[in-house]
Design a protein around this ligand. Sequence first.
Ligand SMILES: [Zn+2]
Length: 163
Amino acid sequence: MLQITLTQKGHNKPVTAMTADELYEAGRYAWVLGAKADKEQHALIVFNNTVLQAIEIDSLEDVTVTNAKGEQQARRAIHGAILKPGHPVHDALVGKQAPMPSTQNPIKYVDHPLDLTNCKCGCGQPVRADFLPGHDQRAIHDRIAKIGTVAQFIEWFDTTFDE
Ligand SMILES: [Zn+2]
């Protein structure tokens, strides 16, 4: 998860008085986000060490901002959906203490169990991606073995698959 800490600086309206949409707009734009951010599925908007909002990330957009000196800077913005009560990430985190303490850096990467899903090979082990390393190969070869050899599998696939 991304943890994004807002400060009152730069916002006319008190952060704690913002509507959900205002908070989303203040929180999603525009940050220095590395490649690590592309793996994240959720963002938490934090103020005063409290999680005010949780977002499900759809995509990250490259944007250009102009700083106080008039210089162009490459930043990224979040596109996503504000999570509502009933969603496990919302219910576990919104209104609670932020997972990581605030520092100067507004962006933190949080390892959270709710980011884990079960490996798609069927082994049942928790993982942050689709598969544990090597388990995608195992899952494929298990399926090939059900048909027979690789040659038999390809023959079966080509006669079965309907484009
Ligand atoms: Zn597995």
